[in-house]
Write a protein that binds this ligand. Structure first.
Ligand code: ZN
Length: 371
């Protein structure tokens, strides 16, 4: 994610912190000072925020480490002001695995809460539970409350919350995956409407939560629909076959000519017929201002990049396209570049496919793949 700083790594997973989160920390400290609090009070509110986000990081590691047990890697964990995001390479196909991965996050907060409660009881410092609140009271009690809130919030049975995934996994034990997702998304959007309505009367913050849930549900259901439409179809059906490659000895000026001609977004670079690099449009523009038009393409191109095979399943290649921060996947077959796969080319394929299906003239293999 852009504007993120790496703060550490554990179990092979890098943890990033987003700049806006640092701004939030600064804002909490400064606003507390401006309200006339002493420096120690301001520092303790910043400290509390850090402790809260440590709990969020542990929650994300709960998801990530459970996913790892099922052979799913996590690319990274990023802390944002709204919470943490663990980017799993894929969602488990097995509903039982998805259930465990989704439950593992909130389970971590239950465990932290239990430890805090145990400590407070043993040290005989526990205030009556009715006196606890998120905003006031001693540090550990507040942290206990916050973990309880995290569990409650995350278990709301709606995407993008963990509860939505739990619900989908439970439904998918009985129903087909796409159907389970649609049903779970529908329930989530119903809840969002209800939340929004309560928000109108009671609390404006709820309206934002409702909006967040509504969009999350719609996105999840669309993604799963796309994935199921792509099942059983090879990459070759959705790739661009008419493209113009560069050769490694070409200059940036040659690249500009191709981009101007409207050929493509990213340019594959060939050497003796084999792909050796990718020149992205943004790298091209950056290099033009930095080192001039005569620079050879080979100095600017990206040498490590993801590829796909024209016989690979579109569903798999599409998840890779989404996962890599790249715009174009070169399609190779027998060591030869045969096409380019982009989000647009997949989108175009899906549009044509759905039109053909609507008019009843869909190709037989596409229809059987959906059945
Ligand atoms: Zn979670």
């Amino acid at each position: 994610m852009k504007w993120s700083w790496k703060i550490g790594e554990f179990a092979g997973i890098s943890v990033y912190i987003h700049t806006t989160f640092l701004l939030l920390l600064g804002w909490i400290g400064v606003s507390s000072l401006l309200q006339g609090s002493s420096l120690s009070v301001a520092l303790s509110s910043v400290g509390f925020m850090l402790a809260l986000f440590a709990c969020v990081v542990l929650h994300e590691f709960g998801h990530a480490l459970t996913a790892k047990r099922f052979g799913i890697k996590t690319r990274d964990i990023t802390l944002l002001p709204i919470g943490g995001v663990a980017r799993l390479e894929r969602i488990p196909d097995n509903p039982v695995h998805e259930l465990w991965v989704a439950l593992a996050g909130p389970a971590v907060n239950v465990a932290i809460g239990a430890l805090l409660l145990g400590w407070l009881i043993l040290s005989r410092t526990l205030q009556p539970l009715t006196a606890l609140s998120v905003t006031g009271g001693p540090f550990l009690e507040r942290l206990l409350m916050v973990n309880a809130v995290l569990v409650g919030f995350n278990m709301i049975p709606a995407f993008p919350m963990d509860g939505g995934r739990v619900l989908r996994a439970l439904l998918a034990l009985r129903l087909e995956y796409t159907r389970a997702t649609q049903l779970a998304a529908g329930i989530g959007q119903g809840l969002a409407l209800l939340l929004g309505f309560i928000g109108l009367i009671a609390n404006t913050l709820l309206i934002f939560t409702a909006l967040f849930v509504w969009i999350g549900a719609a996105q999840e259901s669309r993604m799963v629909q796309i994935r199921s439409s792509l099942a059983g179809i090879p990459v070759s059906r959705a790739m661009i076959t008419e493209f113009h490659p560069l050769s490694a000895s070409d200059t940036l000026l040659d690249a500009v000519a191709l981009v101007r001609g409207g050929w493509q977004h990213d340019l594959p670079v060939l050497q003796e017929g084999r792909i050796v690099g990718i020149l992205t449009r943004s790298d091209l523009i950056a290099a033009l201002t930095r080192s001039g038009q005569e620079t050879p393409v080979s100095e600017v191109m990206q040498r490590t990049f993801q590829i796909t095979d024209s016989h690979e399943m579109l569903q798999v290649a599409f998840s890779r396209l989404q996962a890599c921060a790249c715009h174009t996947l070169p399609v190779v077959h027998d060591d030869r570049l045969v096409g380019l796969l982009t989000m647009e080319s997949v989108g175009e394929f899906l549009r044509i496919q759905s039109t053909l299906e609507a008019t009843g003239s869909g190709s037989p293999d596409a229809r059987s793949a959906r059945a």
